[in-house]
Design a protein around this ligand. Structure first.
Ligand code: B12
Ligand code: SF4
Length: 531
């Protein structure tokens, strides 16, 4: 059987490692079930130097070295791939995950050391690769869902891999291969709620794939029916995601029985006191299920004794509480008071909301299906249910102008919340990336790789896609917004209008229905260094 070493690259270097990489843990489990010899090195958890990594690479004759992760793990992936190729030239390097899926051809070109790229879902693709390695077969074009180099070093994209129909066929992730006691349980805390902050043993579950909405900045990793294959102008097959006017989805979820059984298993085997649901959006999935899914999960959670004693007995949470608290993601328009109450009763402690903006014009443009009113309504409903709402905001959305800034500050005041918005970031795979690709490249002297290497948290600026503000303005305005310094923002608005020749009665955005207004285009042509 094949001998595979999975390496989990470093992600969010500035923070402690907090999440067992769910995809890799699942793939490791599947590979073991198929009889392969599996080892994991969690570089994100251990963060060792290159000499130590070399020892890991030399520890065995790996047939396959498998890596994967999100796009922001690219820097770490690149350095590990280069080192692995030098240290273990005979091992086949296989790369998968969101980083490869969003840009398969480009990634294979940036990383010539990678032998096979796995595009999209790998649950069936990786076992097929391992089987080929095991039997010594080389006809890679028979494996769906990969990209590889043929004898002439041309990249070949094989047929698109179908998504797994029944998620309940998946084994549980191989948590036992990761440093739970040494690293992950020590970093269990999540600062979003009291129960999240006091948890001592947290693990994550991904209960569904997909989301029916079409937020322009979102990327579903090719796991949500969001990916299709088409041809570029040279007749070469390429992978495409959400594009203006063209959206596809396949939503899938585990049965409530499977989810609660897994949660029970985590409680019994690892004594977890908290579970974070990684799902893109629990509430949109509930809506997709016809409003049955969350209710049934909650019912079974209680029936199986997972309900925390503090919610059961309606007393404040403290260290004597037993049971399993949990958290996930919600949606402003799709939540309702009944479901929130049911969730709280089963132990839900916080819900993350992508409120993005409190400006009606901005909300209309982003494809979220929410409005400032539903944002505010959901915030109070969630609080009323006893769950902490965690609002996320984005600043620098293409059509966002001064009016949106004032709308946001006013809403923060009304809600009594402190917010530091993320910067709008066009991650590969998102519609923003597809629409603004050329503009993004201009900002990185034409180098896509440099842009990718610059991507991290959206707490810092990378490519600007605002039609109204440049990077300096975005940084400064955000600072003034956070400090609620309306006077200075209004002062700057006058300067901004003067520079663009806009009278005080003209609209506060120069972006109109997807077109950069002529006035603004001329302005940018004259002042390209503003970017
Ligand atoms: C956990 C998580 C994180 C973790 C890191 C996870 C990790 N270890 O890599 C943390 C909290 C650090 C994180 C951060 C961010 N994240 Co995040 N995160 C997730 C989340 C919630 C779960 C990921 C997951 O486990 N999915 C389930 C598993 C099964 O899927 P998977 O890992 O992709 O694995 C499958 C395939 O991709 C593939 N695969 C994966 N690895 C490998 C390896 C090999 C060898 C092979 C063959 C295949 C393969 O096979 C698997 C099975 O099909 C997803 C949402 C989601 N539900 O997917 C968002 C998501 C991945 N994150 C996202 C974003 C935008 C971010 C942030 C930028 C957010 C922010 N505002 O800061 C930051 C980046 C921070 C930084 N500085 O780098 C986006 C997409 C990012 C992207 N372009 O790749 C997602 C999709 C959320 C969304 N819908 O917008 N994130
Ligand atoms: S609601 Fe969330 S998961 Fe769904 S498309 Fe929007 S950002 Fe993505």
């Amino acid at each position: 059987m094949a001998k595979i070493l999975f390496i989990n690259p470093v992600v969010r270097e500035e923070d402690n490692p907090r999440h067992v990489p769910y995809g890799i843990a699942l793939l490791a489990s599947i590979a073991m079930d198929e009889g392969h010899q599996v080892q994991v090195f969690d570089q994100n958890a251990w963060r060792v130097d290159s000499e130590t990594l070399d020892k890991v690479l030399k520890a065995d004759n790996w047939d396959v070295i498998g890596l994967g992760g999100i796009t922001t793990a690219y820097n770490s992936i690149k350095s590990i791939v280069k080192q692995a190729h030098v240290t273990r030239p005979d091992s086949a390097i296989v790369l998968g995950g969101g980083v490869l899926t969003s840009l398969p051809r480009e990634m294979m070109e940036f990383l010539p050391e990678v032998k096979i790229g796995v595009v999209g879902e790998a649950f069936r693709t990786l076992p097929e690769i391992l089987k080929m390695v095991d039997t010594g077969e080389k006809n890679w074009s028979t494996v769906d869902g990969i990209i590889f180099r043929d004898g002439d070093k041309n990249l070949v994209l094989t047929r698109q891999r179908d998504l797994l129909d029944n998620l309940d066929l998946l084994p549980y992730p191989a948590w036992e291969l990761f440093p739970l006691e040494e690293i992950y349980f020590k970093n269990s805390q999540l600062i979003f709620s009291e129960e999240g902050m006091t948890t001592k043993r947290r693990l994550d579950i991904n209960a569904s794939f997909g989301c029916s909405l079409i937020c322009r900045y979102c990327y579903h990793l090719g796991l949500a029916g969001d990916m299709s294959y088409s041809f570029d102008k040279n007749g070469k097959e390429k992978v495409v995601f959400d594009e203006p006017g063209s959206y596809t989805r396949t939503n899938r979820f585990h049965s409530p029985e499977y989810i609660v059984k897994m949660a029970k298993f985590l409680q019994e085997k690892y004594n977890v006191d908290f579970i974070s649901f990684l799902d893109e959006n629990l509430m949109t999935m509930d809506q997709y299920s016809g409003r049955t899914w969350i209710k049934e999960i909650c019912r079974l959670w209680v029936e199986n004794g997972l309900q925390p004693t503090c919610t059961r007995d309606k007393i404040p949470h403290d260290e004597t509480c037993s049971g399993v608290h949990w958290a996930g993601t919600s949606h402003a328009t799709l939540c309702n008071q009944e479901v929130l109450k049911t969730m709280r009763n089963a132990g839900c402690s916080h819900l993350i909301y992508g409120y993005e903006s409190f400006s009606p014009e901005v909300m209309k443009s982003i494809g979220k299906g929410a409005t400032p009113e539903t944002n505010i309504r959901s915030f109070f409903w969630t609080l009323k249910a006893g769950i902490r709402p965690i609002p996320n905001q984005i600043f620098g959305i293409p059509n966002e102008g001064f009016k949106a800034i004032y709308d946001n500050i006013e809403a923060w005041e009304r809600l009594g919340i402190m917010v530091k918005p993320h910067f709008a970031t066009p991650y590969p795979g998102s519609e923003w990336f597809t629409v603004y690709r050329n503009w993004i490249l201009e900002q990185y002297d034409g180098s896509l790789e440099n842009f990718i290497m610059d991507l991290g948290d959206c707490t810092s600026i990378s490519a600007v896609i605002s039609h109204n503000f440049n990077a300096v303005e975005l940084l400064g305005l955000r600072e003034l917004m956070v400090n609620r310094d309306i006077k200075r923002i209004k002062g700057y608005e006058k300067i901004w209008r003067r520079a663009r020749g806009l009278s005080k009665d003209e609209p506060l955005t120069v972006y109109d229905e997807g077109n950069i207004s002529k006035k603004y285009k001329d302005f940018f042509v004259k002042t390209p260094n503003m970017l």
